[in-house]
Design a protein. Structure first.
Length: 426
């Protein structure tokens, strides 16, 4: 089996996400402390079920796909009713499953349209000591005190028609909270002072969407192809931090301190990307969205990058929702329709493909030589993180996973459509 130490050395060799640790009790965002779904937990449960290895389960009201985040003994998540008119933040005690805070944050007078597949509370919170930051897209963003649940600051003035509902999660970098608004009407990235909520910088997307209908002067399908839902990452490229950000029809890099666009790689015909990139081996691994392409991009450059910056392209199994998982020199993916694949991260060569069954929105995680996949029917498939496909366990629980899993210590925290579970080994 691959050791996490080996994984981290390879992943951080020339291109690294900026994190302070990989382990412990905290899971600060939907991809964990590594921001790539990696954990060094050695005793996560391998098997579980409705009557096996459930330490507790807590009903969570509403329709919401946001991943729970964990700090200390607290688990935070967002929620909203089907109608999207009442936005809430919920805190659960990690040890007991008891609801500590159930905070009504904001009443939306006229919610935007949200596709039935999505939810009004799909963006996952991000948490740090004493503060949790929640986003519901353009209608409402806020910072809460984790002890009292009270709002420290809030913003309800952002303009963006998400068209089919929000998806991009807030992102912390130093003193900044970074938000993405890639809607049908406007497409931009904004950084807020995390202490006050004041805008520090705002940068418009620059790609030419090339979608204006000459007869009407309006974009095709009212701008439907201008949307994106991805959450960014910070890459350290030769000592320079870059905010790697997927929009519609382009992948961007920004200076996270100023918002200056450093480069843009055009991707005509690609839109609605929801995955978060993986970083390693000097490359950015990015499923580009609806176009069915996974690119390995060399991030060294400036201005409008040429296609020569694409080290390799893979088209066989390309997710649109579940983020890729980089383990050593292996890239694991699962597409929306339940086909998993292992790709050589250095060459782009497909190593194996296997149908897991089901449909997938939740992103996989890695722990102790294993990859965990969670589908929309509640099935969890655990495989060995290896060049040969070896299934270790298949578990069934709850009414389906849209949210990605969280890890704290040696426990799994799983949010189904209606419940929050803590799962422990026997």
């Amino acid at each position: 089996m691959v050791s996490l130490k080996h994984v981290l050395v390879c992943a951080c060799l020339t291109l690294a996400c900026c994190v302070t640790g990989w382990a412990g009790e905290n899971w600060p965002n939907y991809r964990g402390p590594s921001e790539q779904g990696l954990t060094d937990a050695e005793n996560l449960p391998l098997t579980w079920g409705e009557d096996k290895n459930i330490t507790w389960q807590t009903p969570i009201e509403g329709k919401a796909w946001s991943t729970p985040v964990i700090w200390g003994d607290q688990i935070w998540m967002t929620s909203a009713p089907l109608e999207g008119n009442r936005l809430r933040a919920i805190c659960v005690d990690k040890n007991t499953g008891k609801i500590v805070h159930d905070k009504m944050l904001y009443a939306v007078a006229g919610p935007q349209y949200c596709h039935p597949f999505n939810s009004y509370a799909s963006p996952s919170p991000v948490i740090e000591e004493g503060r949790v930051y929640v986003s519901f897209g353009s209608p409402y963003n806020a910072c809460l005190d984790t002890k009292t649940g009270e709002v420290i600051w809030e913003r309800d003035d952002f303009v963006c028609n998400h068209f089919r509902g929000p998806g991009s999660s807030p992102f912390l970098y130093k003193n900044l909270l970074i938000l993405h608004f890639d809607g049908s009407d406007r497409q931009y990235v904004v950084a807020l002072d995390k202490q006050t909520g004041d805008t520090v910088w705002e940068t418009e997307r620059t790609v030419d969407f090339d979608d204006i209908v000459e007869k009407t002067g309006k974009p095709i399908r009212d701008g439907d192809f201008r949307k994106a839902f991805s959450t960014p990452m910070i890459a350290d490229v030769d000592g320079r931090p870059m905010l790697i950000s997927l929009g519609s029809k382009a992948l961007y890099a920004y200076d996270p301190e100023t918002g200056e666009e450093l480069w843009r790689l055009n991707a005509p015909g690609v839109h609605s990307g929801s995955c978060r990139p993986a970083l390693g081996h000097g490359l950015v691994y990015m499923p580009m969205g609806s176009g069915g392409k996974l690119w390995a991009v060399n991030p060294n450059g400036s201005g409008e990058l040429s296609q020569d910056h694409i080290a390799w392209e893979y088209k066989q199994v390309v997710p649109r929702r579940a983020s890729p998982l980089l383990v050593d020199d292996l890239l694991f993916v699962v597409d929306d329709g339940g086909i998993a694949a292992c790709i050589d991260a250095k060459t782009g060569e497909g190593i194996w493909r296997k149908r897991l069954g089901g449909n997938f929105s939740a992103s996989p995680i890695y722990a102790d030589g294993k990859v965990y996949f969670f589908d929309e029917d509640g099935k969890a498939t655990v495989i060995e993180a290896a060049r040969e496909f070896r299934q270790l366990a298949v578990n069934k629980l709850g009414d389906g996973f849209m949210a990605s899993p969280a890890v704290s210590g040696d426990s799994l925290y799983l949010r189904s459509r209606s419940q929050l579970y803590r799962i422990d080994a026997e």
